[in-house]
Design a protein around this ligand. Structure first.
Ligand SMILES: Cc1cn([C@H]2C[C@H](O)[C@@H](COP(=O)(O)OP(=O)(O)O[C@H]3O[C@H](C)C(=O)[C@H](O)[C@H]3O)O2)c(=O)[nH]c1=O
Length: 187
């Protein structure tokens, strides 16, 4: 299993080792001891999965407030998606910056998105399934968002703005400039 720190080093791209044979392949997709030694002492308490039928479906950018902030270990188990993490930790040298990675069922890659980051994705294929582990339970009262196409984020999404498939909620999320200082950066 390879761990590669992204341009924002707290976000980590993980590539599990794939054992192929005449039947197909086997992968260990999560190992607590390795995750703890490579990334840190996080405990996952909930697994999520969402299915998006259309290419160009955007879900996000979402996060939960403290004390229910979530770390997310994200993978794509069918189709393909561009996964995006935005640093929203006040005082961070990379505040408001985004990193992204292409996760596909084929490449088996995962993205670790720590607490203090907004998370979202855009599907690159129809019938795409995202599967992810989170480090705290869903809490609607702590659920917040950031506008996916806020120009201040500089995210180059693989879909034209007028053609993205979005929830009503995600069409009305606040811009970065409107975001309160929910998270604080610690070096
Ligand atoms: C996230 C979540 C949602 N729900 C219910 C609430 C709604 O009735 C329904 C759809 O929720 P929502 O529209 O927030 O789903 P997504 O747009 O896929 O949101 C997720 O997408 C981005 C990419 C994320 O990183 C978050 O995990 C999450 O916010 O599922 C639950 O019951 N439990 C949950 O953990």
């Amino acid at each position: 299993m390879q761990f590669e720190r992204m341009a924002i080093p707290e976000v980590v791209l993980i590539t599990p080792k794939r054992f192929g044979d005449s039947r197909g392949y086997f992968m260990e997709t999560f190992k607590a001891s390795l995750f703890q030694s490579e990334i840190g002492d996080f405990t996952f308490v909930q697994d999520n999965r969402s299915f998006s039928a259309e290419t160009g479906t955007v879900r996000g950018l979402h996060f939960q407030l403290n004390p229910r902030a979530q770390g997310k270990l994200v993978s794509c188990t069918a189709g393909a998606l561009l996964d995006v993490a935005v640093d929203i930790r006040s005082g961070s040298p990379t505040y408001g910056q985004a990193v992204s990675a292409e996760l596909t069922a084929e490449n088996g890659r995962q993205l670790w998105v720590p607490p203090g980051f907004a998370h979202g994705f855009c599907t690159l294929a129809p019938d795409t399934v995202i599967s992810y582990k989170v480090t705290d339970y869903y809490s609607p009262d702590h659920d917040r968002g950031l506008l996916w196409n806020d120009p201040a984020l500089g995210i180059i999404w693989p879909v034209e703005e007028g053609k993205a498939v979005l929830s009503d909620k995600d069409q009305k999320q606040p811009r970065l400039a409107e975001l309160q200082a929910h998270f604080t950066y610690t070096a």
